[in-house]
Design a protein around this ligand. Sequence first.
Ligand code: F6P
Length: 342
Amino acid sequence: MKVGILSGGGDAPGINAVIRAVARRGIQSYGDKVVGIRDGWRGLLEGTFMALDLSTVSGILPRGGSILGTSRTNPFKRDKGPEQIMENTAKAGLEAVIAIGGDDTLSVAHKMADYGLKCVGVPKTIDNDLVGTDYTFGFNTAVAIATEALDRLHTTAEAHNRVIILEVMGRYTGHIALEAGLAGGADVILIPEKPFDIEEVCEYIRRRQKRGRNFSLIVVAEGAKPKGGKEIVYSESIDEFGHISLGGVGYYLGKEIEKCTGIETRVVVLGHLQRGGSPTAFDRILATRFGIAAIDLAHEGKFDCMVALQGNKIVSVPLKDVVGKRKTVDMELYDIASVFFG
Ligand code: F6P
């Protein structure tokens, strides 16, 4: 079989582990030819490929980023994009495509099934907001990095009696903020699923002061917004999937908190440090299991589906049940975290 593989959307630690697993399993177990598609869907639109053999994928397991590159290209926003994709797929002789991505990339994979593209999806996003899978790969690494950042901020916040706000990624959901906040002992966690009241946030800080704790750590997801207000936008430009660039809610909060508590406040935006660098062991293993399962599904002739982790089992779920939806945080877990607020 000749199999193409692409990574689309924002990168996540573990993409290379998926590519390695697909290539190793495909070449060794099935005698496949594995072709790398450059820069997400753009590579199939433009016909830019790279051969993947055992030596190309050697040594990439711990490496962040994607050896194939990635982009937020949406073929449905291009004139005759889907037809172009089918033409280039046929020209390259690809019998199946493995698409590593989040909701945007997998929505394209699902829509392309109507044009005859045979696609298997692999769930990737540090935000962990894809439905159908307990975890996407990349999330565990992002949480580990954000937790380490919180541990470091803790000591300096305490030494200076300051409030420190850590802004993490999470456009529509607060999975990273919640898990890192829990692991790092945050005093307040603010997530997109629960608009915040600035007075309530300040009250938590004052409550700590009364207990003699003159410093506080707050974790906020970039998509969190004040009650009755809107998300804070970093730039007005909108990508091909209609997403605006968020960022800056930490600074908004910092000013408000300083105003209402009088406590010196500092803001740290963790940004792409959460996405760069080496995956954790958990993500390496998950990405490897996903890669093996994806190529196996292609050989079983099961397409228009995504590999997923449910419990400790790797399963497949139809893409129609995944795309266009969003897995929000478990509010029971948020309630546990809130026991430690203030
Ligand atoms: O893909 C998810 C994400 O991690 C979001 O949380 C964030 O808004 C976005 O990526 C930022 O990506 P970029 O800066 O690459 O556009």
